[in-house]
Design a protein around this ligand. Structure first.
Ligand SMILES: [Fe+2]
Length: 379
């Protein structure tokens, strides 16, 4: 078992906000090294579960021997601002089908590994507009891992996740892995009624991710879809008076609960957990859209409000996002699918709804973006 690099005491120290905040962190999906069965992953399990299709992407938790220092600020360059909004380089030969009227698209006929820089600029803008795009028929998973990282690295500095397992030698790749015949789902549902965990990724960082890539390596034949919500449309659904009240509010986001959860699962904490204060509304640098920027996994407290006031408003916003199926999309995975979303204007939730022991294995490339900012209230 890999040792924690940061002690539980370090994590507890950054819990002060959480103790007075909503603190609704439920982690259904990071199974940790205690549940990892290398033999079953490499050789398969009985007659029903084949070996992992991409063993080079199986997780290890010992890429690091020493804890990482805190992340340093960097200047993000937003390529979506350079894009031709008619998308001639990205979509000329593409078939684009919208998933819904206001969020999501499915694209056939584009190979993400072959994009020119101009096409990558357009990808950043296209994804910012659509919020989430499923690209089918991709060769991404079969590329050398470094090649996949090189493509994603165009969009920002790679985030190295503080607690997730990663492929050996590639800590920049965040893995979502539930092994063959994993039984931890049953344990989870002994305590909870559903697996919905709305969040945007790692919003506790000072510069959270923007254009984000997640690709399927192995998955169940049915189940394990990912839900997405359009947080810009969610903002527009609110009344002008309500939007005015939200303007200027600031929210604490915390990494502490995730770190403690990892430690409890025998996992790692690569760097001491942080808290960041972000505007409750953020403006997208390429589209100028405003979006709600809160999520129940990492947001904890509205600055300046008393606990009950903060909980009341945050819980209303969480309900608004969760219940808004008329601004959500559900993406079904298939071999060769790469899903790209803009983490600044969406939240998502995985679903733990299959029970046939099938492996679910995905890799995420997570370029960080600008520090969230909010432009002036404009109605
Ligand atoms: Fe996520």
């Amino acid at each position: 078992m890999a040792p924690a690099l940061v002690t539980p005491q370090d994590a507890e120290q950054s819990l002060s906000y959480t103790k007075s905040g909503t603190g609704d962190y439920k982690e259904a999906f990071i199974t940790g090294p205690k549940a990892f069965n290398a033999e079953a992953e490499l050789k398969g399990e009985g007659t029903k579960q084949p070996p992992a299709t991409y063993p080079n992407y199986l997780p290890v938790w010992d890429n690091e021997k020493e804890p990482y220092p805190p992340l340093e600020p960097f200047t993000h360059y937003e390529h979506g601002k350079d894009a031709d909004p008619s998308f001639p380089n990205l979509l000329t030969n593409a078939k684009v089908d919208d998933l819904t009227a206001n969020i999501g698209a499915e694209v056939h006929g584009v190979q993400l590994s072959q994009l020119s820089d101009a096409a990558k600029d357009e990808l950043a803008l296209f994804v910012a507009q659509k919020k989430v795009v499923a690209f089918r028929g991709q060769d991404f998973a079969a590329l050398p891992i470094q090649s996949a990282l090189d493509i994603g690295g165009y969009f920002g500095r790679h985030h190295i996740h503080p607690t997730s397992g990663a492929p050996r030698g590639f800590p920049e790749v965040h893995l979502v892995h539930r092994g063959a015949d994993d039984t931890t789902a049953r344990d989870f549902f002994s305590e909870r009624t559903n697996s919905i965990t709305w969040h945007s990724d790692v919003t506790y960082e000072r510069q959270p991710p923007g254009t984000t890539f997640l690709y399927l390596l192995d998955g169940p034949a049915a189940g394990g879809d990912t839900l997405f919500v359009n947080q810009a449309e969610a903002y527009r659904r609110l009344s002008p008076e309500f939007r005015r009240r939200l303007h200027g509010l600031k929210v604490v986001h915390s990494a502490a609960e995730q770190a403690i959860n990892s430690t409890h699962r025998g996992g790692i904490v690569r760097r001491a957990p942080v808290t960041s204060v972000h505007p409750l509304l953020r403006t997208h640098p390429a589209t100028g859209e405003k979006a709600l920027y809160v999520n129940p996994q990492f947001s904890r407290r509205i600055l300046g409000f008393k606990k009950e006031e903060s909980d009341y408003l945050l819980n209303f916003l969480y309900d608004h996002l969760a219940k808004g199926q008329d601004f959500q999309a559900r993406v079904k995975w298939a071999p060769g699918t790469v899903v790209v979303w803009d983490n600044r204007v969406t939240a998502h939730s995985a679903l733990l709804d299959w029970d046939d022991g099938a492996r679910r294995h995905l890799a995420r490339i997570t370029p960080q973006a600008e520090e969230p900012y909010e432009t002036e209230f404009d109605g």
